[in-house]
Design a protein around this ligand. Structure first.
Ligand SMILES: C[S@@+](CC[C@H](N)C(=O)[O-])C[C@H]1O[C@@H](n2cnc3c(N)ncnc32)[C@H](O)[C@@H]1O
Length: 260
């Protein structure tokens, strides 16, 4: 094992706030299998529902992320990976701007097939591969930039994910996590909860035909650590210059940090 790598211990931390815990999953392996199967079931409708249920805001969240990362994307010779790339929206947006190489990975085959189709339609050439974010098939110190959009929340062990990202990033390489968060404002938080607990599962469940998938979404957001806590966890695994910016009243946060 290389000095930078640290083993992921299955079952070592399976608690609320430290990793995804879908209902009924008793171990990290069951949780990961649930997440993979669930995204496989909604893959064909994922983009449509994503835009609909976010009132198209997901597009502006990704655009803002790209703007924030524009200086890295403008550098020649960089290697960038979008982890949990799903159907490829962030990946393809980065590919169209980047002067370096962009690759994407996800552990859900049907989501990757959607990304592949979209990529062919846009005549994009970002290589895609099937891989678990907790065990990336890359050597240490490979990447200049690692992005994860709306995928990090689904990892069964957040700390292990961050350790793995740290391993594959070059020293001072950038990590960017775009993820749902809990709005700090009490009133907006209450409204958001109302929407995500009742409207979102009803609409998402009816259109996708997978109601449990759209109940999992708000549950997983509620269990996800606050933006400050995620920033502190990033620092505790060695990321430096950690900061975050909230978007849309804090419904989403973009966390940034440099690998140590
Ligand atoms: C909500 S989707 C986000 C997709 C895309 N990044 C976007 O912005 O639309 C979450 C994705 O994370 C993937 N995912 C979840 N856990 C993963 C893991 N451990 N390894 C790789 N992919 C994972 C899922 O398969 C799914 O495609």
């Amino acid at each position: 094992m290389t000095p930078k790598a640290r083993p992921n211990k299955p079952g070592a931390s399976f608690h609320k706030g430290e990793g995804a815990t879908p209902r009924g999953a008793a171990t990290p392996e069951q949780a990961a299998a649930y997440v993979r199967t669930m995204f496989g079931r909604v893959a064909g409708r994922y983009d449509f529902l994503n835009h609909l249920l976010s009132f198209q805001l997901d597009r502006s969240w990704r655009r803002r992320t790209i703007r924030t990362l524009s200086r890295i994307l403008a550098r020649e010779g960089t290697l960038i990976m979008d982890v949990c790339c799903g159907t490829g929206d962030l990946l393809l947006a980065m590919e169209s701007k980047a002067k370096g190489s962009v690759i994407g990975c996800d552990f859900c085959h049907p989501m990757l097939l959607e990304a592949q189709r979209k990529s062919a339609r846009k005549r994009a050439y970002a290589p895609l591969f099937e891989a678990d974010a907790l065990r990336l098939p890359l050597p240490d110190n490979s990447l200049d930039l690692l992005t994860v959009a709306f995928g990090f929340r689904n990892l069964t062990d957040y700390r292990a994910g961050l350790v793995e990202f740290q391993r594959v990033l070059k020293p001072a390489g950038t990590l960017a996590i775009l993820e749902f968060s809990n709005p700090p404002n009490f009133l907006f938080r209450a409204l958001y909860k109302l929407y995500s607990r009742f409207i979102l599962p009803a609409v998402g469940g009816a259109i996708s035909g997978a109601p449990d998938a759209y109940s999992y979404l708000p549950e997983s957001v509620e269990k996800f650590p606050e933006a400050e806590k995620l920033a502190a966890t990033m620092e505790s695994v060695g990321f430096t210059r950690v900061r975050f910016q909230r978007m849309t009243f804090g419904v989403v946060a973009l966390h940034l940090g440099l690998a140590g």
